[in-house]
Design a binder for this molecule. Structure first.
Ligand SMILES: [Zn+2]
Ligand SMILES: [Zn+2]
Length: 108
């Protein structure tokens, strides 16, 4: 994603909370605090000049405001593929047991 586009997104969706964090200064920045001049150091820490793009990008991955349908679909496909067949079998067995226990508990 173009950084300029990312920033306008943050301005639109995250104007009321910090979207970048400088670890050196322990300082959080809202989009407005980062400045409005597009493409001219708007992603730099105002105090130490550190590049906060990574922090911004991390925010776009974690912020609920910026979580559209796409990341969700990716997450489910990733979690499905990370479980090896053997493990998923064990998991399924455990799940069956758990479900049985749950049913028991519900009955009792
Ligand atoms: Zn946000
Ligand atoms: Zn800083």
């Amino acid at each position: 994603m173009l950084f300029v586009r990312l920033r306008s997104l943050l301005f639109e969706l995250c104007p009321d909370h910090p979207v970048a964090f400088c670890e050196t200064c322990r300082r959080a920045y809202t989009p407005e605090q980062l400045g409005t001049e597009i493409g001219n150091g708007c992603y730099l820490c105002r105090q130490c000049g550190a590049d906060l793009r990574e922090s911004l990008v991390a925010h776009t991955r974690t912020c609920r405001n910026l979580a559209p349908q796409k990341p969700l679909a990716r997450m489910t496909s990733v979690s499905g593929s990370t479980i090896p067949p053997a493990a998923s079998e064990r998991f399924a067995a455990r799940r069956r047991i758990r479900l049985g226990l749950d049913a028991h508990a519900a009955a009792g």
